[in-house]
Every structure is written in C-alpha cells, then in structure tokens.
Design a protein around this ligand. Structure first.
Ligand code: OAA
Length: 205
C-alpha cells in the first residue's frame, strides 16, 4: 500500500514534527499565518527578485495540486509579492497554500478566500511583473533550506520543512511523539495527584 504522505502529515501538529526533527527545520517566527490555517503539501519552490512577481505567476501555472508555493522574496518587505487577485488564481488552480519570506497585500480579501498564507507581514505597495527569478530550485525561506518537493506543514504555531529524503522516518517518529504526548496529557488531566507525581519525577532527575 502506498502511503499518502501529504494526508498523513496533514493530521500532525507542526510541534510533533519539530520534535521528531529534534527542533531543526522550523521556519523563523517572523513567518506567520495570516489566520487560523492548517496546510500540508509538497514545496514548489520559487525565487523572485525584490518586488517582481512574474516568476510567481509562472509557478502558479506550472505547480500541481497538493503543492505549497514556497517563495524566497529575498526578505523584501517593501513590495507585496501578491494580493487577493494572484492568490485567488492560485487557489482556483488547486494550489494548497503559500509560504514566503516576503509580504502580501489585500489581507481582508485573502482571509475571505480561506487560502492559507504564511508570510512576514503585509504592505500596501504592489510589486511589478518584470522578468527574473527561478522555480524548482533550492531556496532559503525563514532560515531553512527548502528543496523542491520537500514536505511543508504549517499551522498556527508556524511552518516546518521535512526534507523529502527523510519524510518516511520523520512521519513515523512524529506519529509516535503525538501518541506519547496524548498519553502524557491524559495521565495528568484533572488529576492533582498525577500532576504532583509527574512534576516530582522531573524534579528528581
Ligand atoms: O497583481 C498583483 O501582482 C498584486 C495584486 O494586487 C493582487 O494580486 O491582487
């Protein structure tokens, strides 16, 4: 039976995936969800020059369903890489979400689109549509190297990258971590004695 990794990862919180990766590969906290989203997909990587989004439009056309566009905008916060018009087209074409180290605009309309966007923030100014940029290349986003095809998972806690070479083992570890976390929580839930016992065990270590 083939495993649908996207589906499996979509069931996991980013925190458990982070624990499975020993704290590695979490994007910087400056990359935040615009609203309460959960997204999991394959990275379609895009690198765009400051303030130019023509390559992003090409990527939106080329990307597959289940892809999350991960866009290295060179940390530029002066020009929006996209607004509700561009992101609305991405959503209609089946793209699952956008993660960028740049900024976007038309926030109200994007939240109404219900299309997951994780970015550094918002601006009013539009970028322009000149040439330049690359897709499907290794990029850096939020301090993490992202290769085309890596697993991307984002939720309210942030965005994490799972390199595709280790996606199977990380999935198993993260599932086990989730189970252990649930068991640990159940043990102390509304149980004062169990809470004291747990804390005492840690303090005695
Ligand atoms: O057209 C653009 O590149 C940016 C924009 O305003 C939108 O996507 O709504």
């Amino acid at each position: 039976m083939t495993i649908n990794y996207i589906e499996e990862y979509s069931k996991l919180p980013t925190t458990c995936i982070s624990d499975a990766l020993k704290g590695e590969n979490a994007m910087d906290i400056s990359i935040k969800p615009l609203a309460n989203y959960k997204v999991a997909g394959r990275a379609y990587t895009v690198k765009i020059p400051k303030g130019q989004n023509k390559e992003l439009l090409r990527a939106i056309k080329e990307a597959s369903k289940d892809d999350v566009l991960v866009i290295d905008a060179e940390e530029d916060t002066s020009k929006a890489i996209a607004g509700d018009f561009v992101l609305g087209m991405a959503k209609t074409l089946g793209i699952k979400g956008v993660v960028t180290n740049g900024v976007i605009r038309d926030i109200e309309d994007i939240i109404n689109l219900d299309f997951p966007v994780f970015c550094k923030g918002t601006t009013i100014s539009a970028g322009s549509k000149s040439d330049g940029g690359y897709s499907e290349v290794p990029i850096s986003c939020g301090g993490v190297v992202v290769n085309h095809g890596d697993i991307i998972v984002g939720d309210r806690d942030g965005v994490i990258v799972v390199p595709k070479e280790i996606e199977a083992e990380v999935l198993e570890k993260a599932k086990k971590k989730l189970q252990r976390d649930e068991e640990r929580e159940n043990k102390v839930s509304n149980n004062i004695d169990a809470i004291h016992k747990y804390i005492d065990t840690i303090l005695q270590k």
